[in-house]
Ligand binder design. Structure first.
Ligand code: SP5
Ligand code: ZN
Length: 352
């Protein structure tokens, strides 16, 4: 058995040089090699059946995200060389332009004065500075969302499951907010498409709380959001993901730093019970692989075989399921983690 996988290389055009982590300029963790590694490993393991995806229609995207945010992102991306060129001119640095710069949400006063319009818009729509915008960002983000849309479409038309190998990730992107390496909320796009089938559950197993997904479906009782993640009191995104936010169709299950496979399994069992009780027509899984013990972003202690068990437990629910790739930054282990996860999924997929 194989997993039907929607993928594209449009993400390669989105490759920011750096991020600013705890005061240090470091290489951008959310890099193209992440997708390459997952694809390579699934291929080598014989688990992948690749599918292409046409771009989704803008009017559908605008049912999930604020039209102003979408237009802002598209415009800034398409005009990135000019906008950034104007900034460089402020400092007489035009000769250093390569045409492949990224625009970061920033507090630099010169930019604020000279380009008040763009600066204001970026602040309006960004909740942190880790979602920089370059000339390839819009196509990469739209393609990523379209992979999720097409995977959901396959499931809507009877496929038991499908995997959208999304990059950039999406679960931190809210109705009108960018951040956390995310631009468009791919899982929300998939869930929205699946609503045609009935109620939908979204299970978010990324290490971080999916503040964006929670935001988008906050008042939508037909979409049940459940997330297992690092306690926001001590980890990103800090402002959301607490149990105090729980209500009938929203469940946060924060775990402490150092959480192990047994603690994770207990949390997952609780989540799967709640999903069972909700009785959705379909399931979306926000698949972060940053729960791994050596992930540079994460502080859980799960190992590669634990991912196989998690995949197996989720698939045992026997729901039509769309898997959407989110985080996971231990480049050298990402392939093995994805193979383990989908091995567990396929072991628990009824073929009858
Ligand atoms: C999709 C996704 O996984 N986004 C995660 C964004 C995390 N951004 C920065 C978090 C900073 C927390 N400190 C990490 C310590 C690394 N040594
Ligand atoms: Zn994450």
């Amino acid at each position: 058995m194989v997993i039907r996988t929607f993928l594209s290389n449009a993400h390669e055009g989105h490759n920011p040089p750096a991020e600013y982590l705890h005061g240090q300029r470091v290489p951008y963790y959310e890099a193209p090699q992440r997708s390459h590694e997952i694809e390579r490993a699934l291929h080598a393991a014989g688990l992948i059946a690749p599918s292409q995806a046409p771009l989704m229609e803008m009017h559908i995207l605008k049912q999930i995200h604020d039209a102003g945010m979408i237009d802002f992102l598209k415009d800034l991306s398409e005009n990135a060389p000019q906008v950034i060129g104007a900034d460089f001119a402020v400092y007489d640095l035009q000769d250093q332009l390569t045409g492949d710069e990224y625009y970061y949400e920033t507090i630099f006063p010169a930019q604020m004065l000279r380009h008040a319009a763009q600066q204001h818009a970026h602040k309006r729509y960004s909740f942190d500075n880790t979602s920089p915008v370059g000339r390839g960002t819009w196509l990469a983000a739209l393609t990523s969302a379209s992979l999720a849309y097409n995977a959901a479409d396959a499931v809507r038309h009877g496929a038991r499951q499908a995997y959208a190998l999304c990059r950039p990730p999406g679960h931190h992107a809210g109705f009108d907010t960018l951040g956390g390496y995310c631009y468009l909320n791919n899982a929300a796009v998939a869930a929205h498409a699946l609503k045609a089938q009935g109620k939908v559950a979204i299970l978010d197993v990324d290490y971080h709380h999916g503040n964006g997904t929670q935001d988008i479906f906050w008042e939508d009782d037909s979409v049940f959001y459940l997330s297992i993640h690092a306690d926001p009191a001590v980890d990103y995104p800090y402002y959301t993901g607490y149990t105090a936010e729980n209500h009938a169709s929203n469940i946060n299950i924060p775990l402490p730093h150092g959480a192990d496979a047994a603690q994770y399994r207990a949390a997952l069992e609780h989540a799967m019970d709640a999903i069972d009780h909700f009785a959705p027509a379909a399931l979306v899984v926000s698949l972060g692989l940053d729960v791994y013990k050596d992930d540079p972003m994460g502080k859980f202690t799960l190992d590669i075989p634990d991912l196989r068990q998690i995949g197996g437990r989720i698939a045992a629910a026997q729901l039509p399921t769309v898997y959407v790739q989110e985080g996971g930054y231990a480049i050298e282990a990402l392939g093995a983690l994805a193979v383990a996860f989908f091995t567990g999924v396929l072991e628990n997929t009824d073929v009858t």
